[in-house]
Design a protein around this ligand. Structure first.
Ligand SMILES: Cc1cc2nc3c(=O)[nH]c(=O)nc-3n(C[C@H](O)[C@H](O)[C@H](O)COP(=O)(O)OP(=O)(O)OC[C@H]3O[C@@H](n4cnc5c(N)ncnc54)[C@H](O)[C@@H]3O)c2cc1C
Length: 419
């Protein structure tokens, strides 16, 4: 059974697919989006805790530091469609935006729904047909040239070009179940190992659990693999019943998950007083112990740590919280110093795809033309969004990759289709 013929079929109506569709249709192409869910942009709806961190208003040099594993692949797409372009488009669609801490951009309404609604209306107005509840199973090609796609029902749609925008494997309940990876493998494309990234980490022992619910600000977390320092992040984190979470832990998780997969010993140390070096902190401890000589250690520690941490900390550094400060030995003080500067957690795993904000790994970039997003393996096949082997830190960078690659795939596919 074969249905109508389109210039371009876009598989997936998420962030990347919607931008690709609107761009291609405005450039004159006939466009069909096939979306497996009942609505478009399900993942977009939950971004930024329902507020949608649309992008990050920093410069390209900063972007190059936030994207992995090959940021330079993004240079051509960013030179064609970057932060100001997505903001201009959203402003044209009556979605005003505001900038918050860390140059993060959100819709002024603080509602991701406004971004999704505006984009869907835009693509429909541009003439794009969206068919929901249609799960694509296969991309059809003949002698290396795209001819159409087939659904899991057996229905076939014909086209000249396909843009694959099926997302990654994170939060599969939003529709991104990793189908795209299977489809392109069948066409001979290389797909690099996909792993959860920006994901909470599980730790062993009960230390994190004993501080469950406690969030810390202005701390420094350092990731170690086989006792070698990998990276440090400064900012906010959270203790949970399974281990560690919060922004700086999520940003370290990509490397932690990869190191675990390589069977390395993975540890995270927390520096609770990053503004003080060992010497200064030791002097402070000495002063505090001296000043509080006839008080219990637990009262003195209230000046240095949050309440919820007092007993777990004393347990960790093996110091009796009921002891008087003037009875604390030099060795105990050294242990407290080390606990404050390097509280150590052994990472045993991550909480998995249902909690991962992004997928690391994906379609091998060497097989894609970065100026057009077209496959170098199959003519007429384009890629956009999380399906690519690109991922980034938190802060709006991942959506900017989806917008930029979506735009370039859309405009390139449309130009070739309408020539
Ligand atoms: C909880 C959470 C919060 C996030 N917050 C932010 C944030 O604030 N800022 C930021 O920059 N990034 C954020 N991200 C990441 C961001 O959401 C992704 O980078 C982005 O959605 C990727 O866009 P995409 O279009 O490539 O994929 P998706 O948005 O996942 O869209 C893919 C679409 O393809 C469809 N599809 C899949 N397979 C098929 C098939 N076989 N047939 C038809 N359709 C199919 C899916 O149903 C889906 O609609 C967040 C992610 C999560 C999970």
């Amino acid at each position: 059974m074969s249905e109508l013929h389109y210039d371009i079929i876009i598989i997936g109506g998420g962030a990347a697919g919607l931008i690709a569709a609107g761009t291609a249709a405005e450039a004159g192409a006939s466009v069909l989006i096939l979306e497996s869910m009942k609505r478009a942009g399900r993942k977009l709806l939950i971004t930024g805790k329902g507020r949608c961190n649309i992008t990050n208003n920093s410069d390209i040099q900063n972007y190059m530091k936030q994207i992995f594993p090959l940021a330079k692949f993004c240079r051509p797409m960013f030179s064609r469609f970057f932060v100001s372009d997505i903001l201009q488009l959203l402003h044209r669609l009556d979605v005003p935006t505001i900038e918050e801490r860390g140059r993060r951009i959100f819709p002024e309404s603080q509602k991701s729904m406004d971004v999704v609604t505006a984009l869907v209306k835009w693509v429909e107005k541009a003439g794009v047909t969206i068919k929901y509840d249609r799960r694509v199973k296969q991309i059809i090609q003949n002698k290396g040239i795209i001819t159409g796609v087939a659904l899991d029902t057996g229905a076939v749609f014909n086209c000249n070009k396909v843009i694959l925008a099926t997302g990654g494997r994170s939060y599969p309940a939003t529709g991104s179940t990793g189908d795209g990876f299977r489809m392109v493998r069948e066409l001979g494309h290389k797909v690099n190992t996909t792993l959860p990234a920006l994901v909470p980490l599980e730790t062993e022992g009960g230390l994190a659990e004993s501080m469950m619910g406690l969030s810390l600000r202005n701390v420094q977390a350092t990731l170690w693999a086989d006792h070698k320092k990998i990276r440090s992040m400064f900012g906010e984190m959270l203790f949970t019943h399974y281990g560690l979470s919060g922004p700086i832990i999520l940003d370290l998780s990509r490397d932690a998950v990869i190191a675990l997969r390589e069977n390395k010993i993975v540890e995270i140390t927390i520096d609770h007083k990053p503004a003080l070096d060992d010497q200064k902190l030791d002097a402070r401890l000495l002063r505090e112990l001296d000043f509080h000589g006839r008080s219990k250690l637990k009262s003195m520690l209230k000046n240095l740590l949050p309440m919820k941490m007092l007993y777990p900390f004393c347990d960790y550094v093996k110091c009796d919280p009921e002891k008087f400060c003037n009875q604390v030995s030099g060795a105990e003080r050294k242990r407290m110093l080390s606990g404050l500067k390097e509280m150590r957690f052994t990472v045993t795993g991550n909480t998995g795809w249902n909690d991962a904000i992004i997928t690391s790994g994906g379609i091998e970039l060497k097989e894609i033309n970065p100026s057009t997003m077209e496959s170098k393996v199959i003519s007429g096949l384009y890629f956009a969004g999380e399906v690519l082997d690109l991922d980034a830190a938190t802060g709006g960078y991942n959506l900017q990759i989806a917008w930029s690659s979506g735009y370039v795939a859309g405009i390139s596919a449309a130009q070739l289709s309408t020539e």
